[in-house]
Ligand binder design. Structure first.
Ligand code: COS
Length: 383
């Protein structure tokens, strides 16, 4: 259901103020402590950011895709760690239930995900199954009315905070590909589930990532998402189709922020007797960044509109993710170039955002995987 336009405008206005007054000024603290402060987390909950994409029937805000991306453009302007804490509840940590869950699963988990009482996490990747997600090895062996899970999931966002894990595991031991995989809901604290030590990362400090290890972990068969075995890979792909659009908007928000900071710097920084913003070689970089940001915005808004109209947007979501994540990398790189030596020094801020942006070309599917999805779809649909 779409919000009234003035309600959406009001929400966006509030979030813009929150980003500028609370999130951006706290970026350094979060990066240094590798943690979102409790007061900011409480404000994120109060603003309803955990609830964005959860249907109103389950206490969410029920934003459609066009509304969700407008919010993501705004939130994307702050360092990505802030979005990450509620990002899994909006995307990969809740959408498997929203899209394919049974009525009982929705009733049990969605209100708690919407309030942020429960943090959701998505366990697809494994040490030996990254881009080739269909080859995953975590096993789920039936034992009466339970399944016994064994295996390791890797680089799982928000795992140390999570109360609920969506876990893709192989229920058909004979299969080797995507067909024998089911999606399970596993609660934190279930015996046999263990979260590893948070990884040290290149950027996005404050957004924890860790292994999730299953050792004879007994999960009720009723916790298979949708109640049907061997449908889990398709559920995961559907979740990623939506997540990739959201991430594209986050990339674009960050690119806008980086460009704005860079232009402000270029207007103040004097060389050769004038502001460097007056030099045409600097202007070329500013113009290229602005053009690419505009292209990403148009692409993402078009894809979101198509999704809300009920179209299959697998190809469009991958096009948007490919373009926007590569684009923010280029924008961040030009920013460092315009800042010059200052761009390489932590105190000026751009250095952190440059490192933060690097992850976007990798998670929720690398650029190369997006290329494969796009090309496969184009070839299949070309007469
Ligand atoms: N929506 C619904 N169903 C989908 C789908 C989608 N977007 N994409 C694939 N499927 C279905 C296919 O139709 C196929 O079903 P059938 O067996 O009934 O024909 C099944 O899923 C397997 O699809 P496919 O053969 O294309 O799977 P592959 O093993 O070749 O894998 C890629 C496809 C590479 C695209 C997939 O593994 C992928 O996205 N990898 C990246 C994983 C990723 O993003 N990881 C990030 C970590 S999570 S943050």
């Amino acid at each position: 259901m779409a919000l009234e336009k003035d309600v959406l405008d009001q929400l966006c206005g509030t979030l813009e103020r929150f980003v500028h007054e609370r999130l951006i000024p706290n970026e350094r603290v979060v990066a240094e402590n590798d943690r979102i402060p409790d007061d900011i987390l409480a404000e994120i909950r109060e603003l309803g950011l955990f609830a964005l994409s959860i249907p109103e029937d389950y206490d969410g805000l029920g934003l459609n895709m066009q509304e969700e991306i407008e919010v993501a453009f705004i939130i994307g302007e702050a360092a990505p760690a802030f979005r990450s804490i509620f990002g899994t509840n909006v995307g990969i940590g809740s959408q498997a239930i929203v899209l394919d869950g049974t009525a009982e699963q929705k009733k049990k988990y969605l209100p708690k995900l919407a309030s942020g009482e429960l943090i959701g996490s998505f366990c697809l990747t494994e040490p030996e199954a990254g881009s080739d997600a269909g080859s995953l090895r975590t096993s789920a062996r039936r034992d009466g009315d339970h399944f016994i899970l064994n295996g390791t999931k890797r680089f799982i966002t928000n795992a140390p905070y999570a109360g609920l894990f969506t876990v893709m595991a192989r229920t058909d031991a004979e299969s080797k590909d995507a067909r024998g995989v089911s999606a399970f809901l596993v609660e934190a604290g279930t015996p046999g589930l263990r979260v590893g030590k948070p990884e040290k990362k290149m950027g996005q400090q404050g957004a924890p990532v860790a292994d999730v290890i299953f050792e004879d972990c007994r999960v009720p068969a009723t916790n298979i998402i949708g109640g049907r075995e061997n449908m889990g890979f398709k559920t995961a792909m559907k979740v990623l189709d939506k997540g990739r659009l959201h991430i594209s908007a986050v990339c674009t928000g960050l690119a806008k922020r980086i460009l704005r900071d860079t232009v402000r710097y270029a207007k103040e920084r004097n060389q050769f007797g004038g502001a460097i913003a007056d030099f045409q070689l600097i202007q070329a970089m500013i113009a290229d960044s602005q053009t690419e940001i505009y292209a990403a915005e148009c692409m993402i808004r078009d894809a979101a509109k198509a999704r809300d109209a009920g179209e299959d947007t697998k190809r469009k979501a991958s096009c948007a993710k490919l373009f926007a994540s590569e684009m923010v990398g280029r924008v961040a790189d030009r920013a460092v170039q315009i800042y010059g030596g200052a761009g390489y020094i932590a105190d000026y801020g751009i250095e952190q955002l440059y490192r933060d942006a690097r992850l976007f070309r990798i998670y929720e599917g690398t650029s190369q995987i997006q290329q494969l999805i796009i090309a496969k779809d184009v070839i299949a649909n070309t007469a």
